[in-house]
Design a protein around this ligand. Sequence first.
Ligand SMILES: *Cc1c(COP(=O)(O)O)cnc(C)c1O
Length: 251
Amino acid sequence: MSLWTWVIVFILSSQYSVLVADNLSERISSVFRRICHAAMRAGRAPESVSLVAVTKHFPVSAVAEAVELGLRIFGESYVGEAADKRETILRENPLSSVSWHMIGHLQRNKVKRAVSVFDCIHSIDSIALAQVVDEYAAKAGKTLDVLIQVKLSEEDTKTGIAEAGVQALAERIKGFNKNLNLIGLMAMPPFFEDPEQSRPYFRRLSDIRDTLAARGIELTELSMGMSNDFETAIMEGATMVRVGSEIFGSR
Ligand SMILES: *Cc1c(COP(=O)(O)O)cnc(C)c1O
């Protein structure tokens, strides 16, 4: 072989090794390792934290690969996108018991479809929305897990119910028939480069959960923490972390 052939082989193989070092399986293992370490540092069992793999804007092929690698909970922000992916995954892999979590803002006119697509909705933020979801869940004969999304900052781009309204909303949901199973609270702090700055928000959500418990409303789940701050969230009690780019790369 000529020198140039060797140069080309060298360049291709070095790129290949970058791809291999960067593959999905390693990224997933790395995220699980970090979840374990954070849980142990907080004196908690690693199994007390579940990983919601956020696949919004990533192709269904990435979801399929993640299913092959053992992930079972996927978070999506758009009803139509999730519906298409769910259908494909069900068709390709009918026996995988994948669950789909709605983590984005849910519009009233999308509720009917959302109820048929999702197993869990993290973003219940008003009594009116909870009522519509309950209504469609009842019609579909389905029970959905739901979380109340709490607005912890005044940033107007963030959806969620103000802290003052959380208890009343929780009581209303508990008072519905049996189609909504209220399991916890969700929050999304403003974005910070430094995860330490998210910590007070996570602590706040955990305090709200404790206050509700003292008033007789026991909620087990705290959905908080994303790619840049999930370890801090776990230290503050997260039981569900929603991780996208750290697994699938940048969107
Ligand atoms: C996109 C999204 C995530 C995941 O964000 P990454 O930074 O990619 O981990 C988590 N939660 C919500 C509500 C999101 O919209």
